[in-house]
Design a protein around this ligand. Structure first.
Ligand code: SF4
Length: 192
């Protein structure tokens, strides 16, 4: 089924198939995780001084992740809240505050279709790209993971609905993965 395109932004709107995929995925991944680990995939404890990883306990599953750049569950769902550091990082990267900041809500602006202002469609490859990827906000750097603080230096890691989870070609979600992709964002979010 063809996706219709917003005439203003050039972004593809979610078609019925994408909407169904989103709903089904939300239902099935929710059930799966609820059965296996109550939604949690790991518990992380950080060193109190350095905030490096001290200990991680994983809950059973051999999860993998590789982003499909579909934007179905993330960049079309409304802009995330921005921390002061997120705003500064985007400005240092050359973005103007008026371009990206939804000031009354303290969040990233959306287009009329609900997509992030920095989301662009690569029409040749039929994938989405983020125009500010290396300076993207902390919550975007963490997606598709969600962290709950359970103590001063301890966190629970949960996985959100995402088409990139459990792809065979994905990177295993293990300590190396958390170190490489999530630790800085976790530190930015809770310690700085
Ligand atoms: S994070 Fe998940 S939902 Fe978002 S673009 Fe990547 S695969 Fe799609």
């Amino acid at each position: 089924m063809e996706k219709s395109t917003c005439p203003k932004t050039g972004l593809k709107r979610l078609n019925e198939k994408d909407k169904r995929t989103r709903q089904q995925h939300q239902l099935t991944s929710g059930k799966q995780h609820a059965m296996e680990s109550n939604g949690k995939i790991a518990e992380i404890i950080l060193e109190p001084e350095t905030h490096d990883i001290k200990h991680i306990k994983f809950y059973g599953r051999n999860l993998r992740f590789k982003c499909k750049r579909c934007a179905i569950f993330c960049c079309k769902l409304g802009g995330p809240k921005l921390a002061f550091k997120d705003v500064e990082r985007l400005k240092k990267g050359g973005c103007r505050e008026t371009e990206f900041l939804d000031a009354p809500h303290g969040s990233l602006k959306n287009t009329a279709s609900g997509s992030c202002v920095f989301l662009r469609l690569d029409t040749e490859k039929d994938i989405y790209r983020c125009e500010v990827y290396s300076n993207r906000p902390t919550l975007c750097r963490l997606y598709p993971f969600h962290t709950e603080r359970t103590g001063l230096n301890s966190f629970v890691l949960e996985v959100m609905p995402c088409k990139g989870i459990s792809r065979r070609s994905g990177e295993p979600i293990n300590e190396k993965f958390i170190h490489a992709h999530l630790l800085d964002a976790l530190n930015d979010m809770f310690f700085q």
